[in-house]
Design a protein around this ligand. Structure first.
Ligand code: GNR
Ligand code: NI
Length: 167
């Protein structure tokens, strides 16, 4: 197990389109375990492999209070979207920024589990928002893309200031 380094917006590596996983093997299971450890440590309710500089279509999510209900989705695909909700989102790659984003309120998603077996799930509320947010990461998108240009520019300036303080 290992805690991985999370890339910060506007790192261009967050813009890569992640590749599908060809085979769910022990290396992928190791990645899932490291991503879960990294997500719980952060702490966050979701993490996409793109955020830890691994451009593969792998996400982990856990919205439970006790942090004991990990979900692993490999090659996730949204089959259906319904309704719409305005939800305040944050992102481990954009620390300290919280903004309202419009998302489908419920989705049907298809993915492979950690054994490589396909499954489908219908989810709503925070879990639905979280999975949409993570799949966006796999497509090189960050939630700030949905905000006004002015807000995006302010966030980029804030992140650059933060980075200068770090090095
Ligand atoms: O920890 C997270 N919280 C969150 C809150 C509202 C909507 C989406 C999220 S995902 C985020 C973790 C993260 O950055 N995942 O990519
Ligand atoms: Ni995120």
């Amino acid at each position: 197990m290992a805690i991985l380094k999370i890339l910060h917006f506007p790192d261009p590596r967050l813009r890569l389109i992640a590749e599908p996983v060809k085979q769910v093997d022990n290396k992928i299971r190791q990645l899932l375990d490291d991503m879960l450890e990294t997500m719980y440590d952060a702490p966050g309710v979701g993490l996409a492999a793109s955020q830890v500089n691994v451009p593969l279509r792998v996400i982990v999510v856990d919205i439970s209070q006790q942090k004991n209900d990990p979900l692993c989705l490999i090659n996730p695909k949204i089959l259906l979207r319904g309704g719409s909700d305005l939800v305040e989102e944050g992102c481990l790659s954009v620390p300290g920024i919280y903004e309202m984003v419009e998302r489908a309120s419920n989705i049907k998603v298809r993915a492979l589990d950690r054994n490589g077996s396909p499954f489908e799930a219908e989810v709503d509320d925070l879990l639905s928002v979280c999975i949409q947010h993570e799949i966006d990461h796999l497509d090189g998108k960050v939630f700030v893309d949905y905000l006004s240009r002015l807000k995006q520019e302010r966030i980029i300036k804030k992140m650059e200031k933060l980075r200068r303080r770090e090095d």
